[in-house]
Write a protein of this length. Sequence first.
Length: 207
Amino acid sequence: SHNRRHYAKVLSVAVVEKAKRLRLIPLKKSYVPVEGDVVIGKVVDIGPTAWVVDINSPYTALLQVSEVFPRPTMLQRDLSRILNVGDLIIAKILSFDFTHDPLLTIKESKLGKVGKGLLVEVPPSRVSRIIGRRGQVVNTIKETLKVEVVVGRNGRVLVVGRESENEAIAAYVIKRLCEEAYLKNPVLTAKRLIEEALRSEGGVVAW
């Protein structure tokens, strides 16, 4: 059907070889936006009424002015003064249906421009492992190291803490958790990795 063909096209990269044959290479590690997902994006361009945002996906997202301010604002304003190219944002997927670019919002609480912290990039397929069942894994990292962790469904994780050493340890633990092919108990593994890092000389294990 048309929908099936479209779906295959969306989840794959078409490569045309010299012989004019077409083969599809699945993008298994790519993030496909889902309405309601929290993502961490990077502003890559600025239009007259919207910002263009990279969300680590085959689809580039749009953040419209109306989804930044609670009330309508003058469009004549220089948008780069609000969000500039290179800025990181925590946003939510407002809508996406494969026919239009994903739309973002940052109007809700805990969303908006990222002012500090450490950004960790992981395979989107590993995001659920970092969170853990009922949030146990991410809560272990947060409580033990006294850091805030924002897990973007698009494979970007923001770590914010008062101590840069603890930020680095949290980033190390997140990376290590994602590298393992299989983990029987991710919570215990996270605790062990944190303890090893805290015991090591200088506080941080090389990675």
